[in-house]
Ligand binder design. Structure first.
Ligand code: NIG
Ligand code: FE
Length: 410
């Protein structure tokens, strides 16, 4: 089955060569073809180019007059699987409490953990699939999902099994991350080492045995997991073939980035608080810095210093961080707009960061993230828009006409 998209006003993020990521000044370049065609066969991109070279026939033809096509957003950092919501904490923050103060009162991650432990796997699947369907409609075509609200062997497995069911049911690439080290459960408050032992000796072997995760994560932060704790978890995870992808520098800079780079982590995520040494440590590494601007927006913390990173020649990926505490939104259109508005990224940089670099941050660069022959036909067709810069500009308007995943209209 072939489908031919014709008269595409502009086909965005076309890459002849299968690049893995773009860094520094390269991020300013967003290759496009005006008045283009795109040919797909079943779930794969077969060909693209100028309309004058378009094939004459196909099983199905879609006329895209006035509309643009761009690859689906690649959201490399989410916590979509969770139970209930935390709007009361949102109100508490409006009334003056900080994220830290709320967490210290037993709110925050532990609040979500309590709710998740009480919820059945089926109900958790139902709540999570609703959110996944929502982000697919908003243009996400590849997603990473973390555990981390279970914080016990059974509940972490429950979360990861829900992610597995989502993988089986939905037609988009989903990667799973084991985040047992998200917070210390209350009963381990005075014996943190015992919880780390539980993660390493009981949770990790079971996660690996059931093949429930590709990546391992930890919340490396003052008051949560120290650099030493995180390093132990990374080393243990690697023994089971899990690749590190770590929460660092959200509130404080404590040396986590240097340690993550040393262990060749696939990504370091958050990076709201960065020193010059932190930026330097990333240079020359394979580790993707991931910024989560909706989190900065929602809890009023600094934005990742994207300009400084890019000026140093580094790449940057954008992701949503969709979770009930710091980012109750998985809307990647808003992420891209906020990166432009608040982090001074250009539309070209932000689109690169939310497509090819997002794909890299989930080890999916060979499959998605650009319009390239042989890649999966995961893309979105916009409504009629004057230019692609209009996407972040009109930040509150839904500009998506339709979404295709593995060549199928959703
Ligand atoms: O990425 N910072 C750690 N984890 C989440 C928030 C967790 C929560 O508050 O539920 C984040 O922002
Ligand atoms: Fe997160």
């Amino acid at each position: 089955m072939t489908t031919l998209f014709i008269n595409i006003k502009e086909l965005i993020q076309v890459r002849d060569k299968n690049i893995k990521k773009v860094s520094g000044a390269e991020m300013k370049e967003l290759p496009t073809i005006k008045n283009a065609f795109l040919l797909i066969e079943n779930d794969t991109i077969l060909d693209f180019g100028q309309m004058t070279n378009a094939p004459k026939t196909a099983n199905h033809i879609v006329d895209c007059q006035g509309k643009m096509i761009l690859p689906s957003w690649c959201d490399s950092h989410t916590h979509i699987v969770y139970a209930g919501n935390r709007e009361q904490e949102f109100v508490d923050r409006i009334n003056g409490l900080s994220y830290e103060e709320i967490a210290n009162r037993g709110g925050g991650i532990l609040n979500s953990s309590k709710r998740l432990q009480e919820l059945s796997e089926d109900e958790l699947y139902k709540q999570s699939s609703k959110r996944l369907e929502e982000v697919i409609e908003q243009g996400t075509g590849a997603v990473e999902i973390k555990s981390g609200y279970g914080l016990s062997l059974d509940s972490e497995l429950k979360m990861l099994r829900v992610i597995k069911r989502l993988k089986e049911h939905y037609k988009l690439p989903i990667k799973a991350t084991f985040l047992g080290a998200h917070a210390f459960p209350a009963e381990y408050k005075d014996n943190k080492q015992a919880y780390i032992d539980l993660i390493i000796n009981e949770m990790l072997p079971k996660v690996a045995e059931e093949q429930l995760a590709e990546f391992v994560d930890a919340f490396c932060e003052t008051g949560y997991f120290s650099v030493e704790d995180t390093e132990k978890i990374i080393i243990a995870g690697k023994q089971y073939g899990l690749i590190p992808k770590i929460h660092v520098n959200q509130f404080t800079s404590i040396g986590g980035i240097q340690m993550c780079v040393k262990h060749n982590s696939l990504s370091v995520d958050h990076l709201e608080v960065m020193t010059l040494e932190d930026i330097k440590a990333l240079k020359g590494s394979n580790t993707m810095p991931v910024a989560l601007p909706s989190c900065s927006y929602f809890i009023s913390i600094p934005y990742t210093p994207a300009r400084e990173l890019i000026n140093e020649g580094l790449p940057i990926a954008l992701a949503s961080d969709y979770n009930p505490g710091t980012t109750p939104s998985g809307n990647m259109n808003f992420v891209v707009a906020t990166a432009c508005i608040k982090m001074k990224m250009t539309p070209e940089e932000a689109i690169n960061a939310a497509t090819i670099n997002g794909a890299y941050a989930m080890n999916l660069s060979d499959e998605v993230g650009s319009i390239t022959k042989g890649k999966k036909a995961n893309f979105m067709l916009t409504k009629e828009i004057p230019s692609y810069g209009f996407i972040p500009y009109a930040f509150g308007t839904n500009l998506i006409d339709s979404v295709y995943l593995y060549g199928e209209k959703q």
